[in-house]
Design a protein around this ligand. Structure first.
Ligand code: AHR
Length: 654
């Protein structure tokens, strides 16, 4: 038997060569031996603006390029209607932040030929029957024009508007207008546009043209309820934000500059995201925090650490001081009493109560910084944060020499085979140091735009390793979280949750996450195994300096994964078993260390006929977990686990 036990490892695993596959695997769980506590913060979420995660995703705004800053020379995503002529007008700004406007020359408008502007939203404007949509915009008009303007949601397939309302009383000064559009009866649809038209000739300027559907918890400037419900189902314990690359920006000027993302949304300048599109920053720092509050999770705040993606960096020392101060101010905004400067700002922004915060991450993936500046940058941030907030846990994004981070953020994007090959890595991870692990980005990258069953199986194999070792792996979160699956919506494939303008769905990997995060105990039980079947895997050859290196020797990789946790309050044992093979697998399960195990329990399982099977907008529930009564359980039983399956067996034990 090959022992994989490190200092706190709880599993021994025997690998068999191909010819010995066939002897049924045996799992032995010792419920009397606890090897670790399950970290209460193990399962969380990672998010950033990528794949139209917020704008065109979670953020409720339906108008694309509402502030006209997405293109420097043209009003991208807007078009003229009737005889209208539209152009960007830098000479008529709303304010310093929104320093351009959309000018509509409607001089040829008439009763028979309305002129105006149209916006197609993010691949459509969703309309649900009888729902109310909150429209708002800033406008001013040339002398003599008072309106009215007609705001409408119009179908691209039908002639009658789905909703419309009139706004009158425009003046030559900027003024905000707010109205409600109520959708008619009918079917839900997304092949719609938003229009503003007039039958009176004149010239009008617009800025911050906005349309919101009902939002989660009815928050103004809030989030899309269907996606929030999917997230709530995962019972996440934290939210790592705002990135990822989005935190860093392509260069320092386009980083996530949090002070420009708070306050009145019409005073936020917005910025280009490194993923190739404009962000209005409508979902800014306070909206992230509201999101945490709505799902009862804690923020895991990543602060900009003086390094941007195109290798622009700030030298540690005096040059870095303003950035360190910015991070301290940001922490104060999140946690400060309203008597503090930034706590007072948060209160003015609408949230007097401080938010809880335990984790601050310094930067993102700083192993890309080849200047060697991260050691110094991390030390400077670490010392300043610890001096002012000694209770905060500080996370490093790569190994550092000069300070001891509380956690180290490790990222893994891998194939299914690689995930399986590495699923036992943490069993032998040294427990000698004090730095714990945060798997802050990871995914089995199989399936596009969202992972298929192969992805879910690789993820589940990996999660058994994290859960079993959650004395050292304190926190984990899959990435990326979201993708708008409309054509052109994706920059990074294999994303947990997919959506278009109208509907959303969880991938098989989403359901695997949900099963793990909502079905576990608070302690890890000792477990060992025999006869685990393996397959021979040839790791792909690596390239170094453009030259392919000799491939490493083929290795035997397990195909069956498991871990056992227990709820110490009621005795329930959660046994997770992942069968990655295309055949049903009988497994003998022996449980010791308890006086009684009920013969009946529950089995929650996710399975597919093929590894490539997946969920989609068309088939959102093709692969979902099924909860069933499980019989024949006891201290020694054999159970058959289906091909390509992830199972949580719940056993009542005393
Ligand atoms: O998750 C996608 C990207 O992967 C993140 O922005 C970055 O941190 C990582 O390289």
């Amino acid at each position: 038997m090959l022992a994989l036990g490190g200092v706190a490892a709880s599993v021994t695993l025997s690998t068999l060569n191909a010819e010995t596959v066939g002897a049924p695997p045996v799992l032995r769980i010792n419920a009397g031996q606890v090897t670790a506590k399950v970290s209460p913060a193990l399962y969380g979420l990672m998010t950033e603006e990528i794949n139209y995660s917020y704008e065109g995703g979670l953020y409720g705004e339906l108008i694309r390029n509402r502030s006209f800053k997405a293109g420097a020379n043209e009003p991208k995503f807007w078009s003229a209607l009737g005889g209208g002529v539209i152009a960007l007008d830098p000479g008529a700004p709303l304010n310093e932040a929104l320093n351009v406007s959309l000018k509509l020359d409607a001089s040829r408008a008439s009763k028979d030929s309305p002129a105006g502007v149209a916006n197609g939203g993010y691949w459509g404007i969703p309309v649900h029957p009888k729902e109310k949509y909150h429209a708002s915009f800033y406008a001013r008009a040339a002398e003599g024009f008072h309106g009215p303007l007609k705001l409408a949601i119009a179908s691209t397939n039908e002639t009658a508007d789905l909703a419309s309302v009139e706004v009158a009383g425009l003046t030559s000064g900027w003024k905000k207008y707010e109205v409600t559009l109520t959708a008619k009866k009918g079917k839900a649809s997304k092949d719609n546009i938003f229009t503003i038209t007039t039958t009176s000739p004149g010239t009008i300027w617009f800025q911050q043209v906005s349309l919101f559907p009902p939002t989660f918890h009815d928050r103004a400037n809030g989030s899309r309820p269907d996606i929030m419900q999917l997230l709530a189902g995962m019972n996440p314990k934290f939210l790592r934000f705002p990135g990822g690359n989005y935190l860093e920006g392509n260069d320092i000027n386009t980083r996530f500059d949090w002070k420009k993302t708070i306050g009145d949304p019409s005073r936020r300048p917005g910025h280009p995201s490194p993923w190739g599109y404009w962000s209005t920053d409508g979902l800014g720092l306070l909206e992230y925090l509201d999101w945490c509050e709505d799902l009862q999770m804690e923020p895991l705040l990543a602060v900009f650490a003086g390094y941007a993606l195109r290798h622009d960096y700030v030298k540690p020392g005096p040059d870095l001081e303003p950035y360190v101060q910015d991070a301290l101010d940001e922490i104060e905004y999140v946690t400060g009493d309203p008597a503090t400067k930034w706590g007072a700002q948060r209160a003015r922004d609408g949230h007097p109560a401080p938010f809880p915060l335990h984790y601050v991450e310094v930067g993102n993936e700083d192993w890309f910084d080849k200047s060697g500046s991260y050691d110094g940058r991390f030390a400077q941030f670490h010392d300043a944060i610890k001096a002012k907030y000694p209770a905060l846990q500080v996370i490093a994004t790569t190994k550092v020499r000069d300070r001891q981070p509380d956690l180290l953020d490790e990222h893994y994007y891998r194939s299914r085979e690689e995930m399986q090959a590495h699923a036992h890595d943490y069993d032998t991870y040294s427990r000698a140091g004090q730095t714990k692990i945060f798997c802050g980005e990871w995914a089995t990258r199989v399936g596009s735009p969202t992972p298929n069953m192969a992805g879910a199986l690789g993820d589940a194999a990996w999660m058994t390793g994290m859960e079993r070792n959650s004395d050292i792996v304190l926190m984990s979160c899959y990435a990326p979280l979201f993708v708008n699956v409309s054509p052109g919506g994706m920059q990074w494939k294999t994303d947990l949750i997919g959506y278009d303008a109208l509907t959303s769905y969880g991938s098989p990997a989403y359901y695997a996450q949900k099963m793990f995060s909502t079905h576990h105990g608070d302690v890890v039980l000792a477990a060992s195994s025999e006869n685990i079947p393996t397959f021979s895997w040839q790791r792909p050859a690596k390239r170094r300096n453009g030259v392919e290196q000799p491939p490493p020797p083929a290795q035997d990789v397990p195909t069956l994964f498991f871990d056992a946790t227990r709820d110490s309050r009621n005795g329930t044992i959660y046994l997770k078993i992942v069968n990655t093979r295309g055949e049903a697998q009988p497994v003998q399960i022996e449980i010791s260390g308890v006086s009684k195990i009920a013969g009946t329990g529950q089995s929650l399982s996710l399975k597919a006929l093929n590894m490539e099977d997946t969920n989609s907008i068309q088939e959102p529930m093709k692969i979902i977990p099924i909860m069933e009564k499980a019989t024949g359980l006891g201290a020694n039983f054999t159970r058959i686990f289906p091909a390509y399956s992830i199972t949580v067996l719940e056993l009542k034990a005393k």
